[in-house]
Design a binder for this molecule. Structure first.
Ligand SMILES: [Fe+2]
Length: 450
């Protein structure tokens, strides 16, 4: 007898849509993994603290660790263009200034697409033709996947385009890096709007860090092949983007503390879903698959943050895990490159191989930091997804019948102006709190795919 898939899905309660669970043959009974708790919670928070890291390291038993090695089958070191340090890189390694000819080609493609009558999800290389620039962008994509791991395409003036046109040309240019796009919220929203959203009734310390002006520790996004950011506007002060090669981080830690590499590869890392069902899931942070290293984690899901504290009823983090997590952060910080985003920059970052963080910033009325974020994959050039990431990958990229994928072009404005309620709801998500509404604009809630 054929079994039907239960299609009831509440993105604020359920972490996995039923069709995704069916596809992966998973039946939820409590949590997807069981961790035996034999330790106390490590003293670690979302903000890395060097003193605590050093203290934890000093307490380890050096005699036991002296002969530690990376896990069997893993490289002692990786020699590859992806394994860089920030001081080695020159702008020509990663930055491209669009010429006047390039920009005209983009404008022509924009007009072509708009006259076609197609919808946003239909922006493709074919529908956004860039005969001269396109091959160059495809070359940059190869560099993102198997070269330096990131690139910056600069020279556009976002202020000379409407918000809709900026979205179309962003999708068009980014098509040459990846035509496959991931959903960023479980309500199917495909593009995130990263800015310091000021709401009268939601203070700074009650919003997720992503939507504030505070700094962020090193992390990757969950989950995509290429993380794309289009800088519509930059902050008046700060807001730099820091990038670090995970492959260099691997080499450094493998050389100094190979036992921590082993820790990062274990499956017992508890990822908080912040009140959804299941309450947590487990998977390694570090993967070695088809001769490639992939380091994938969001620190917030592991430690919680000030705004989204770690759920008290999920298994704690061990001291060894805490040390490994901080070792990644501080090694990345020591080897990173700092980019000062310019208005119009498009950044394309290999999310499996490059860690990113952000410095704090201050906006001014004229300069309010605003970034459009996409999660992309290039089916031809993209890396094979490590087996233990496939469920998470499908959650972002698989077509799921419960979810209506859609595009929010300007979610912070509606017919009544700035600060629509649907924008508020996206900041309140994943805390299990109900968004406050004052009756302005459309009301809907959304839950992060992170
Ligand atoms: Fe991020």
């Amino acid at each position: 007898m054929a079994t039907s898939v239960e299609t009831t899905f509440n993105p604020h309660v359920d972490y996995y849509p039923p069709t995704l669970l069916a596809k992966h043959g998973i039946q939820l009974s409590g949590n997807t993994a069981v961790v035996e708790v034999r330790h106390s919670t490590a003293d670690i928070g979302w903000v890395p603290e060097l003193a605590k890291f050093h203290q934890r390291t000093s307490l380890r038993n050096r005699d036991i660790l002296r002969n530690a090695q990376v896990p069997k089958g893993w490289p002692k070191a990786v020699l590859h263009p992806l394994a860089w340090t920030g001081s080695e890189l020159k702008p020509e390694d990663y930055a491209y200034d669009l010429s006047a000819v390039d920009i005209n080609e983009i404008k022509t493609a924009l007009s072509h697409f708009k006259s076609s009558g197609l919808e946003l999800h239909e922006v493709r290389k074919k529908t956004f033709p860039l005969p001269l620039l396109g091959p160059r962008l495809e070359g940059f994509c190869k560099n993102v996947y198997d070269g330096k791991g990131f690139c910056v395409v600069r020279g556009l003036d976002p202020d000379s385009f409407s918000r809709e046109d900026n979205t179309i040309l962003y999708l068009g240019v980014s098509s040459y890096f990846g035509e496959q796009r991931g959903r960023q919220y479980q309500n199917g929203s495909m593009m995130a709007h990263i800015t310091d959203v000021k709401f009268d009734d939601i203070p700074n310390d009650e919003r997720r860090p992503l939507f504030t002006n505070i700094s962020q520790p090193f992390h990757t996004d969950l989950l995509c092949g290429i993380l794309a950011m289009y800088v519509l506007n930059k902050a008046a002060i700060g807001g730099n983007i820091l990038l670090a090669s995970s492959w260099t981080v691997y080499n450094e830690i493998a050389s100094e503390h190979p036992d921590l590499i082993a820790e990062l590869t274990k499956s017992e890392w508890v990822h908080d879903t912040f009140g959804r069902n299941p309450g947590y899931y487990c998977r390694p942070l570090l993967h070695y698959w088809k001769d490639r290293l992939a380091l994938v984690f969001s620190r917030r899901n592991l430690t919680g943050s000030l705004v989204t504290p770690r759920s008290p009823d999920i298994p704690p983090m061990t001291d060894a895990q805490a040390e490994a997590l901080d070792a990644v952060h501080f090694t990345a910080a020591a080897n990173c490159i700092t980019l000062e985003p310019k208005r119009g920059d498009m950044l394309f970052i290999n999310n499996l191989a490059i860690l990113h963080s952000r410095s704090s910033f201050e906006d001014s009325p004229e300069s309010k930091r605003y970034i459009l974020r996409l999660w992309l994959n290039n089916p031809e050039l993209g890396w094979d997804v490590p087996p233990k990431l496939k469920l998470a990958w499908d959650r972002i990229f698989a077509k799921l019948s419960e979810i209506n994928d859609h595009w929010d072009i300007d979610p912070y404005h509606d017919e009544s102006g700035w600060q629509s309620d649907k924008a508020k709801s996206s900041h309140n998500e994943s805390r299990g709190r109900k968004p406050r509404t004052n009756g302005r604009g459309k009301y809907f809630r959304t839950s992060s795919c992170g």
